[in-house]
Design a protein around this ligand. Sequence first.
Ligand code: 5GP
Length: 138
Amino acid sequence: MATSIFTKIIAREIPCFRIHEDEHVFAFLDINPLSRGHTLVIPKEPAQTLDQLSEESAAALGRVLPRISRAILRATGATAFNILQNNGAMAHQVVMHVHFHIIPKYADGSGLGIQWPARALGADEGAALATAITDQLQ
Ligand code: 5GP
């Protein structure tokens, strides 16, 4: 697996404002926050994208994300937040190490801006897609 700047942060070769560390997970403040409290939660495992991550690391991330989110809300006073998790350069991933952004959203509008160009899902398309994806889960 390739290493990235986040590997160096975990190894303390690059400084950061650390929030949490356990056997599998590391969390720290984003260096260019979208809003106050913007935090990155990453696995120590250097998987590039979520689909490549082990179940052990995924479970550890899932266990701690709600707790870190609660701490950020309490510390900042924010009452809303987004979790953002980009996979692949086309999906705006810049650092090729799995990371979850926790981004508080404030009344002044700071936080994550979202475009949501939704369209209707046709019945035939939905049935075919659900079958295709379900088959791949086997
Ligand atoms: P991505 O676009 O890959 O989902 O987001 C990568 C995030 O990592 C960005 O929000 C960026 O500000 C953050 N980041 C990149 N390099 C560093 C760094 O050296 N230290 C910290 N704390 N954050 C970083």
